[in-house]
Write a protein that binds this ligand. Structure first.
Ligand code: DP6
Length: 357
């Protein structure tokens, strides 16, 4: 009898925000980076993608694979999504070859349904959580015996930063050296519970879609920036070492300094790209000054800023300093920059705990 079963699996994946940034590919096809990076995974209660994957022999082959993202059909023909599907299918096919009693799921069309619990319009990178959830949902559907690090190698091919969203807590993406990417994957540096007081405040400076995508921005930097060589050979290796030590010792001042210096270094290489790329705007720069004012008033470092490929700020701080950081932020920014207070409030819940995973 024909198999009419609809096989189904769901999963969620969190957003991560890098404190040592990935910027540059040594192999754009396999998404292999020019440097290692390190991120903090945010709470899934605040920011996550929920993805359900299903497949069935009853799904018409003529329709192929499909993805519904926040209720809208989304293109799956891109090389990155195709690479993820190909890798996942190959692993499933190997299981089916080894055990002929298994249903041939690898031959069925895939249907994916994905929802973010945060507004896409907030201008936050959603590709990391998106590809991590896609890969894990299909891996669950296919019952692949793959570790999070193994899955991170697949998610990496969807979007580099996605490999870090397969773990909670503090996560490193080791750049690796193999030409086939077999050693370029994520691992967990520390669980969220190791430093549970860590908090992140997201300040939405602009919900507009970014001008230069990460993918093309980093390609331009690799091709034209002289400063970039200094970053990947000296700055990042040092920052990775210092950051891992700061996390191991729960040394917030050190964590904060490396975070801010690395963000500054990344945006300096963007400015050194020819023609230059500017992700930060006047509102972003006001946030930097506000963090400096908060730290000066406290007489110690209690807040750290970081910016990705866009103007929004992520501020890291410890729970005990919530009042001084979040309270002062509202006061300083709200008083000085027209529109800030509104954007903070209209953005996302201001205080986020870290993911437990
Ligand atoms: C500035 O992971 O979005 O956020 O691999 O081309 O999809 P692709 O790039 P992506 O780049 C993220 C860049 C960053 C820094 C970081 O998250 O490490």
């Amino acid at each position: 009898m024909a198999d009419t079963t609809v096989y189904r699996a769901s999963t969620t994946a969190p957003v991560n925000i890098a404190v040592v940034k990935y910027w540059g590919k040594r192999d754009p096809k396999l998404n292999l980076p020019t440097n290692s990076s390190l991120s903090v995974t945010l709470s899934q209660a605040d920011l996550r993608t929920l993805t359900t994957a299903s497949c069935s022999a009853t799904y018409p082959a003529s329709e192929g694979d499909s993805l519904l993202l926040n209720g809208e059909p989304s293109d799956v023909s891109g090389a990155r999504t195709q690479a993820c599907f190909r890798e996942l299918r190959a692993r499933r096919a190997a299981l089916e070859a080894a055990d002929p009693s298994l249903p041939k799921l690898s031959t069925f069309p895939l249907r994916l349904v994905s929802e973010n619990n945060f507004p896409t319009a907030a201008g936050l990178a959603s590709s990391a959580a998106g590809f991590a959830a896609l890969v894990r949902a299909v891996a669950n559907l296919y019952e692949l015996p793959a570790s999070p690090s193994e899955l991170s190698k697949i998610a990496r091919q969807g979007s580099g930063s996605a490999c870090r969203s397969l773990f909670g807590g503090y996560v490193a993406w080791r750049m690796g050296s193999a030409a086939d990417g077999s050693d370029s994957m994520a691992d967990q540096v520390a669980e969220a519970a190791h430093w549970p007081e860590m908090r992140a405040l997201i300040l939405v400076a602009s919900a507009a879609k970014k001008g230069v995508s990460s993918t093309s921005g980093m390609q331009q930097t690799v091709a034209t920036s002289g400063l970039f060589q200094e970053r990947i050979t000296r700055v990042v290796p040092e920052n990775m070492e210092r950051m891992e030590k700061a996390i191991a010792e729960r040394d917030f001042a050190a964590f904060a300094e490396v975070t801010m210096r690395d963000s500054n270094s990344f945006h300096a290489t963007c400015a050194d790209t020819y023609p230059p790329i500017f992700y930060m705007n006047d509102v972003s720069r006001a946030a930097i000054r506000a963090v400096e004012a908060i730290n000066a008033a406290a007489g110690r470092t209690i807040a750290a800023y970081t910016f990705d490929a866009g103007p929004n700020a992520v501020i890291y701080y410890l729970e005990k300093d919530t009042e001084a950081v979040v309270g002062t932020f509202y006061h300083v920014i709200g008083g000085e920059v027209e529109g800030w207070k509104r954007s903070v409030i209209s953005g996302l819940k201001p205080t986020m705990s870290l993911d437990e995973g």
